[in-house]
Design a protein around this ligand. Structure first.
Ligand code: NOJ
Length: 761
C-alpha cells in the first residue's frame, strides 16, 4: 500500500477502491472510468479542498514571471500541507518532486497528489532549436520526435505537464515571443500543433515517458498591438476565426490535456474572463474536456486591466468564465470559498473546474502511483541522453534556411584562409535560445568549433569584431546592447582583409527574443551592421550566418552580401549543424514560416492578407494600396528558402476542373531536380477564393509535402482538393462553403504565380 492511501483510513471502502487501481496499465481507460472516480472523490472533498485543487504556485528555485511570493513561504507551506495547493510549477528534479509529493500525499487529509508543471518549450536539458526554427523544417515527424524526447526528459525529472506548445499565430516580428511558435500561417501552425501535442503526450498520458501538453495562449496574444508584449489586442472577428482559432481547434482534436489563457483582452474582455472564448467556443462549440489554466497571475491582472475593482471580483469573473487553475494569482485560494459561502458563486462551477484537474491527475496515473515520474535512476539515464543530442543535430540541420547564395558561394569550396568573425561566432550560449529550461549555460557547440571540425585542413582564424551585448544575460533582466565599443573592429577588419572568405556570425543573443523581449527596430542590433559594412568594404566575399529568434529586416544585407544563412537559435548542436551546412554535408531544405520585411514599417506583414479594393494589381497612378518609399512585397516571403539543389516545377495537372461538395479534385505537379545535388523540397499548395460573401484573402496555404528528390530525378507530387480547403469562417464564426471559382497554386513559396482554376458547383 502506498502511504497516501493510508491517509484514507476512516473513509468508506468505495473511496479506497478509487485509489487502489492497479498501477499496471490495463487496455484503455476511458473517460467514463475516470468520471466515476472523479465524481466519487469530489463527493468527499470539502469546499476548501476543492478550491485547493485550483490553486497553483511557483515553488521551485526559479520563477517565470514577476515574483509575488516574497515573505509568502510559510503561508504557502501551510497551504501545501492542508490541501490548498493542487499544482506546482517550476519545481524540478526527481528528488525535489518526490519530496514535495510525499509531503502532500502524507500530510493532507485526502493525499491527492500534486501536478508538477514547467515550461518545456524546446527541450528540458537537451536543447532543440527554438520552435520558430523547428517550424521552418516543415517536418512534422521530426517535430513530434523532438517534443517526445523533451517529454521523456521532463517526465524523468518528476514533471508531469508542460506549458507548450505555444500556437499563437503572429504577424508581427517585433513581438519577442514569435520564437516560441510556428509563425504566421494558421494551417501550418495547426499541423505543427498536432505534431507537438502528439510528441509530448504520446498515446498514453500515464506512461512515465510522456507529459501533458498545453495549448497556449488562448487567444489572440500573437496580435499584441504594435508587437509590444502584453499589449491590448485589436482584431476583427474574421481574423479571430480564420487566423487565430484554427490551431486551437486542432489542439482540441489532438486532445491537448490543457489550455492556457492569454494575457490580452479581446473586444474589451480579457481572455481570462472571456466567456465567449472559454464557454461558447472552447466548451460548447469544440466540446473540449481538458483543464484550463490561467497565465501567470492573469486572474489578478483583471484588476490591472480595469475590469475588476478587486481580486475577489477578478476571481469571480475568471472562474465563471471558465479559467480553472489560478497560476500564481492567489485570487482563488483567497476568495472562492467566501464567494460560494456568500452565495455569489455556485459550488457547481467550482466542481466543474476541480473535475478537470482530478481527471488529468487520473490520466497521468498519479492516483496509481504519485511518485511514478520521480525516479532518480531513470532521471540519470534519460535526461541529456546521447540520442537526444543526435536528434537535436538532425533537427537543427533541417531548420536552417538558406536565404541567399549568389554565384554559388556556398557550399564552401577548397578555401584556405577563412576568417570567422562576429560576436556570435564563438558563442556557446546564444544557440540555446530563450526558454531554455534546464539547459546548461554555454553548452551548445559554437560555429567556430563546428567549422574547425568540419574543415580540418583550412586555416581558420577568429576575431570577435564587436561585443553585441553587455551586462546581464538571463531570463529576468533587460539585455543591454553595446552601442559604442568599437575596440574590436580593427583586428576583425585586418583579419578579413587577409582572408579568402569571411564567415560573419551576427544576430541576437538568446535573450533578445522571447517573453518581454519586443523590439521596435528589428535590424541587426547594436554595432553589428556597422562592422559588417566595414568588413564588406575590405572583403565582400562574405557568408553572413544569422542567429536570431525572430525575422529581421535585412535589406542592406540582402543587397550587398552574397550569401546569407538563417541559423536561428538552433540548440545544443547548432555549431555542428551550421558548419555541416556551410561545407555542403547538409543540403539546406527549410523554408520560412514568417515573412521577413524589407523595413520594420511594413509590419504587420503576412502573405495571406486581404485583397483590398485597390490592390497593387489595379490600374495605376498612385491611388493603390502601397508605400511611396518601399515596395509592398516582403524581403523574403512566407514559405521561402533555397537549397544547393535546383528544382524546376512543371505545370499543374487537375483531375477535373469542377467538383461538388462530395467530390475531390486531384492536383498534381512534376518537380525535377535539375542540379547534381540530392535535395529536399517543400512543395506548397495555396488556394484563393475569387469571390466570397466576405472579402477573401489573396491566398491561403492548404497543403504541403516535403519530398526527397535525387539529382536529375523527377518526382510527381499530388494533393487532393477537398471541400474543407475551399471553406472559410465568416465573421460570425460559422464555417461556410460558397460555390464559385477558386485558384489552385502549387509552388515553392507563397509568392508562387503558377495556378489553375477550379469551380465548386
Ligand atoms: C508566463 C507566460 O506567458 C506563459 O507562457 C508561461 O507558461 C507562464 N509564464 C509560466 O511560466
Amino acid at each position: 500500500m502506498k502511504p497516501f492511501i493510508l491517509r484514507l483510513a476512516g473513509l468508506s471502502m468505495s473511496v479506497l477502491l478509487l485509489f487502489s487501481c492497479s498501477s499496471e496499465k490495463t487496455a484503455v481507460t476511458t473517460s467514463s472510468d475516470y468520471n466515476y472516480k472523479v465524481d466519487s472523490l469530489l463527493s468527499i472533498m470539502t469546499l476548501e479542498e476543492k478550491v485547493g485543487q485550483l490553486n497553483q504556485y511557483s515553488l521551485g528555485s526559479e520563477f517565470t514571471g514577476p515574483s509575488s511570493k516574497k515573505g509568502q513561504d510559510s503561508i504557502r507551506y501551510q497551504q501545501l500541507i492542508s490541501g490548498q495547493v493542487g499544482s506546482v510549477l517550476n519545481l524540478l528534479g526527481a528528488e525535489n518532486t518526490r519530496k514535495m509529493q510525499k509531503l502532500v500525499v502524507e500530510e493532507t487529509r485526502l493525499g491527492i497528489p500534486l501536478l508538477f508543471a514547467y515550461d518545456v518549450i524546446h527541450g528540458y536539458k537537451t536543447m532543440f532549436p527554438v520552435p520558430l526554427a523547428e517550424s521552418s523544417s516543415w517536418n512534422l515527424d521530426l517535430m513530434q520526435k523532438t517534443a517526445a524526447a523533451a517529454a521523456a526528459e521532463t517526465a524523468a525529472s518528476g514533471v508531469h505537464w508542460t506549458f507548450a506548445p505555444m500556437i499563437d499565430v503572429t504577424v508581427d516580428a517585433r513581438w519577442g515571443r514569435v520564437m516560441e511558435g510556428a509563425g504566421e500561417d494558421p494551417f501550418l501552425q495547426s499541423e505543427i500543433a498536432k505534431a507537438r501535442i502528439k510528441g509530448f503526450q504520446g498515446s498514453d498520458l500515464s506512461s512515465n515517458r510522456t507529459i501533458a501538453a498545453t495549448a497556449k495562449h488562448f487567444a489572440g496574444y500573437g496580435y499584441a498591438e504594435s508587437g509590444k508584449d502584453y499589449n491590448s489586442v485589436n482584431i476583427n472577428n474574421y481574423i479571430l476565426h480564420n487566423h487565430i482559432l484554427p490551431p486551437f481547434k486542432a489542439a482540441v482534436e489532438a486532445e491537448a490535456a490543457s489550455f492556457m489563457n492569454s494575457f490580452n483582452d479581446i473586444n474589451g474582455v480579457p481572455a481570462t474572463a472571456n466567456e465567449y472564448l472559454l464557454q461558447e467556443i472552447l466548451r460548447n462549440k469544440w466540446d473540449y474536456n481538458g483543464v484550463v489554466v490561467s497565465d501567470w497571475n492573469s486572474i489578478g491582472e483583471l484588476v490591472n486591466h480595469g475590469v475588476s475593482a478587486d481580486l475577489k471580483n477578478a476571481a469571480k469573473k475568471a472562474i465563471n468564465a471558465g479559467s480553472e487553475i489560478d497560476m500564481e494569482g492567489t485570487a482563488y485560494v483567497q476568495n472562492l470559498v467566501d464567494l460560494v459561502n456568500i452565495g455569489e458563486l455556485k459550488e457547481s462551477i467550482v466542481d466543474k473546474a476541480v473535475r478537470h484537474v482530478l481527471q488529468l491527475k487520473y490520466e497521468l496515473g498519479l492516483f496509481d502511483d504519485p511518485y511514478k515520474y520521480s525516479n532518480i535512476q531513470r532521471e540519470k539515464e534519460v535526461v541529456g541522453h546521447e540520442s537526444h543530442y543526435q536528434l537535436a543535430e538532425e533537427m537543427a540541420k533541417e531548420s536552417i534556411v538558406l536565404l541567399k547564395n549568389e554565384n554559388e558561394l556556398l557550399p564552401i569550396k577548397n578555401t584556405n584562409n577563412i576568417a570567422v568573425i562576429g560576436p556570435l561566432a564563438n558563442d556557446q550560449d546564444t544557440p540555446l535560445g530563450n526558454w531554455r529550461a534546464q539547459a546548461v549555460s554555454n553548452s551548445a557547440t559554437s560555429l567556430l568549433d563546428g567549422l574547425k571540425n568540419a574543415l580540418p585542413n583550412s586555416n581558420i582564424e577568429y576575431a570577435e569584431g564587436v561585443k553585441l551585448s553587455i551586462g546581464p544575460n538571463n531570463f529576468f533582466e533587460e539585455q543591454l546592447i553595446n552601442q559604442d565599443d568599437r575596440s574590436g573592429f580593427k583586428e576583425a577588419i585586418q583579419l578579413a582583409k587577409q582572408s579568402d572568405l569571411v564567415i560573419l556570425a551576427l544576430g541576437e543573443t538568446a535573450y533578445m527574443s522571447g517573453e518581454a523581449r519586443s523590439r521596435a527596430d528589428i535590424g541587426l542590433p547594436g554595432l553589428q551592421q556597422e562592422l559588417l559594412k566595414e568588413i564588406h568594404a575590405v572583403n565582400p566575399n562574405i557568408v553572413l550566418v544569422l542567429m536570431n529568434g525572430r525575422p529581421l529586416s535585412l535589406s542592406w544585407e540582402d543587397e550587398n552580401i552574397p550569401a546569407i544563412v538563417e541559423a536561428w537559435h538552433l540548440g545544443q548542436k547548432a555549431g555542428d549543424a551550421i558548419a555541416a551546412t556551410l561545407v555542403g554535408d547538409n543540403n539546406p531544405s527549410a523554408k520560412l514560416t514568417m515573412s521577413f520585411p524589407r523595413h520594420v514599417g511594413q509590419i504587420p506583414i503576412y502573405y495571406n492578407h486581404k485583397i483590398t479594393g485597390r490592390p497593387s494589381t489595379a490600374p495605376g497612378m498612385v491611388f493603390y494600396s502601397h508605400y511611396t518609399d518601399v515596395v509592398n512585397s516582403p524581403l523574403y516571403p512566407f514559405g521561402y528558402g533555397l537549397s544547393y539543389s535546383e528544382f524546376e516545377y512543371g505545370e499543374i495537372e487537375l483531375s477535373a476542373n469542377a467538383m461538388n461538395e462530395s467530390e475531390e479534385i486531384t492536383a498534381s505537379i512534376d518537380i525535377k531536380n535539375i542540379s547534381n545535388v540530392d535535395g529536399k523540397e517543400i512543395v506548397q499548395l495555396y488556394i484563393q477564393d475569387l469571390v466570397a460573401e466576405e472579402t477573401p484573402m489573396v491566398k491561403s496555404l492548404k497543403g504541403f509535402k516535403k519530398v526527397d528528390i535525387k539529382a536529375g530525378e523527377t518526382v510527381q507530387v499530388e494533393f487532393k482538393i477537398t471541400k474543407d480547403m475551399l471553406s472559410y469562417y465568416k465573421s460570425n464564426g460559422e464555417l461556410t462553403l460558397e460555390k464559385g471559382a477558386f485558384h489552385v497554386f502549387i509552388g515553392p513559396h507563397s509568392q508562387v504565380q503558377n495556378y489553375e482554376e477550379i469551380v465548386l458547383k
